[in-house]
Design a protein around this ligand. Structure first.
Ligand code: ASP
Length: 457
């Protein structure tokens, strides 16, 4: 049965099994720190498989973003159009983030979460430094592109790639061969994504067993109001607000969008990282939804860095919760500052696990809420990080689809085909005909006449 199941089915089963086994290990108390199961299975076997899987995704992020974006800019071929797509995307990302946080503040206030609660902080929270906004802007142009790539500085990589693309356009016709080669490299990297996606059921299973077995289940119950309002706001924003926006602005089928996003969101959920999910998001929006690479290669990595609706929702909910616990009245200016700060903080921080808490400390510092308050929600943040990351990537893909549709850069036949992009699977074997054909080409080309020519000289 497993053999005949489609990839999405396998990933879903793996996710469910991972959650069940992880929760069992947690509840039964088998996963005691330093115990046999904890050492050899949770941190050992599952820890290693999960890490290998996340690494294999991260490995592709920088080369994929760089190459696909250069190809994307060359594909657009018009600098004015590039500017228009850029500003539209930026505006949509900021707008949806602001809507997200407003939803969270609204629902949080409605339910009065944290009012009259008196809980002692479980863990102390050491605020980490978030990059100052001035640095974020001044580093957009990298002094050293190689070090920007080594550090995965997404905005710098995006800038560098766009500049290369524009310069290639200026060179014009003689650069045709170069662009064709880059397009081939892009296809090769996307094949690597396909290979890794086929390993996803095992990776997702391992990541979820580890994450769930380490969850503070009791803490979730003691913070039920916070957790419930946060999850409710995430669901409201993604399933209602974003889907209305998608429908109104693009007219695309919401059902198809949600079905095609399932895989991407499971990847985001299990890795807690929008950045690590970039290869999967990019593959899905181009191969499964028919978005042209010229739009997606820009909007997806840009979104993974600056667009974090789920994270903004966490910040809104946490602000209300902690302000209520400490009995601090923020007032309308306080809330507006929270919205502004969250939107700005999301521009400067990359989509990696746990970064939302760092952004939260920036917001708290700005509105004068006690930073130690963050210690209260630290214990449940692991699970919530997984959920909000799924919403973050959902927003990136929705805006990508809207912008692509508005610019007529979307193949609707692909979008409406439920099987698009699912046929290509890698089961460890390469099509023998392909292999034979390729070896013939290589022999003719290199070992055959060209090689003889070389020898004759
Ligand atoms: N983990 C989130 C992401 O990668 C960011 C956060 O909220 O911590 O999108």
């Amino acid at each position: 049965m497993w053999k005949n199941m489609g990839l999405t089915g396998k990933i879903l089963v793996a996710m469910a099994l991972g959650i069940v086994l992880g929760l069992f290990l947690n509840y039964s108390g088998l996963n005691v720190e330093g115990g046999f199961i904890n050492t050899y299975f949770v941190n050992g076997l599952f820890g290693i498989i999960g890490k290998l899987f996340v690494n294999s995704l991260k490995m592709l992020v920088v080369p994929l973003v760089l190459i696909s974006l250069i190809c994307g800019v060359c594909g657009i071929g018009d600098i004015r159009l590039l500017g228009r797509i850029g500003s539209k995307t930026f505006f949509m990302y900021m707008l949806t983030t602001a809507l997200a946080i407003a939803t969270a503040i609204g629902l949080g206030s409605l339910f009065g979460i944290g009012k009259g609660m008196n809980i002692a902080s479980e863990a102390s929270f050491e605020a980490q430094e978030a990059p100052p906004l001035i640095d974020v802007f001044s580093n957009i142009i990298p002094a050293n592109p190689i070090s920007a790539m080594a550090n995965g500085d997404m905005l710098s990589i995006i800038f560098f790639a766009i500049l290369i693309g524009i310069s290639i356009l200026m060179v014009g016709k003689p650069a045709k061969g170069l662009v064709q080669s880059l397009e081939l490299i892009n296809e090769v990297i996307l094949k690597m994504v396909t290979i890794i996606m086929n390993l996803a059921p095992y990776g997702v299973f391992a990541l979820l067993v580890k994450a769930m077995s380490e969850l503070g289940i009791d803490l979730i119950f003691s913070l039920l109001g916070y957790v419930a309002v946060l999850i409710g706001s995430l669901a409201f924003h993604f399933f209602i607000t974003m889907m209305i926006i998608l429908k109104v602005f693009s007219g695309l089928s919401v059902k198809t969008f949600l079905a095609k996003m399932r895989e991407v969101q499971i990847f985001a959920f299990s890795t807690s990282s929008s950045n690590a999910t970039i290869p999967v998001t990019l593959r899905t929006v181009t191969k499964r939804m028919g978005v042209n690479n010229s739009v997606a290669s820009f909007t997806v990595p840009f979104g993974a860095t600056i667009n974090m609706d789920g994270t903004a929702i966490m910040q809104g909910t946490a602000t209300i919760f902690i302000a209520n616990i400490y009995g601090i009245e923020l007032g309308i200016t306080g809330y507006l500052t929270v919205i502004l700060m969250s939107v700005l903080a999301s521009i400067g921080t990359a989509g990696v696990p746990g970064v939302g808490l760092i952004m939260l400390s920036m917001v708290f510092a700005q509105v004068g809420l006690p930073i130690e308050g963050i210690g209260l929600i630290l214990g449940v943040d692991r699970l919530l990080d997984m959920l909000r990351t799924a919403v973050n990537v959902g927003g990136d893909a929705a805006v990508t689809a809207i912008v692509a549709k508005s610019e007529d850069k979307m193949d609707l036949a692909i979008y409406n085909d439920p099987d698009a992009g699912t046929k290509e699977v890698f089961d460890g074997h390469i099509d023998p005909d392909n292999e034979r054909e390729f070896s013939n080409v290589m022999n003719d080309g290199i070992m055959g006449s060209e090689y003889d020519d070389l020898n004759k000289r």
